[in-house]
Ligand binder design. Sequence first.
Ligand code: FE2
Ligand code: FE2
Length: 285
Amino acid sequence: MGTLRLEVGGSALRAEHERLVERALRRGDPSPESVLDGASLQGSYSERAMRLAREAWRARMVHEHRSAAVFARLLPPLMLAEAPLEYRTTVLRMSLDELRHASLCGRVVELLGGRAEAETDLRTEPLPEHEDATPREAALRHLLFVGCLSETVALGLLAEERELTREPAIAAVVAQLEADEVLHAKLGWSYLGELASSLTDDERMRTNRYLRIAFAHLEREMHRAMPNSPVDDTTREELEALGCLLGVEGRVLFEETMCSVVIPRLVDHGLDAARAWATRASDLG
Ligand SMILES: [Fe+2]
Ligand SMILES: [Fe+2]
């Protein structure tokens, strides 16, 4: 365990960090950082809604921070798979995006009256080895899981949150997250598009088999991240205004996005995703 903090220090690298955020990672105008500067909440909220919203945004801060390590770890398998250079550069950009997302979530915690700190396990998990796969097939599995599954599902949730958020400063953060996750999802779909038609029968069969495990793993992760605690309608509306979907709604949206977006697109690329979803299980491999 350790304490996750995200403030920028006073080192010689500070100016370069600020240049990265302001230029390289910039998507729109104004930046969410500048909207957050000096911002305060427009509405008034019950103490319960504020506490739950702080907890949700703090959990998000931890999750985004961990995602930065996932993208950084994608570089070696992409190098091994001889992926085109743009994959190797953009995964590193995505890692930077996730660090920035963590920092933005921390600033929302502060806007909500909390401290942008979390006691959490600072160790991160290595990527799965995929020893039964060729290098390009292993790279495909990683990008399938991260881009086609996790990030595509995250986009569905963020689109809903964007519709519901009423606080301008939080809306600016949600909009930035959503814009960046579009690229993160594209990482998976683009690589799948390049490889799908050239997969051998064996590679396709193993990829279909992998999907069963990936689906079950994702579902477990999503459910863990979206606890199903009941709240009354007023608190729900307050939470939505503060950019937080209820766990129960998130779980429904997860299932909808899987069935109406992810699986049909995987099927379009020749994968047997409908059957993999129907028989998803973690008892393999
Ligand atoms: Fe993110
Ligand atoms: Fe992301």
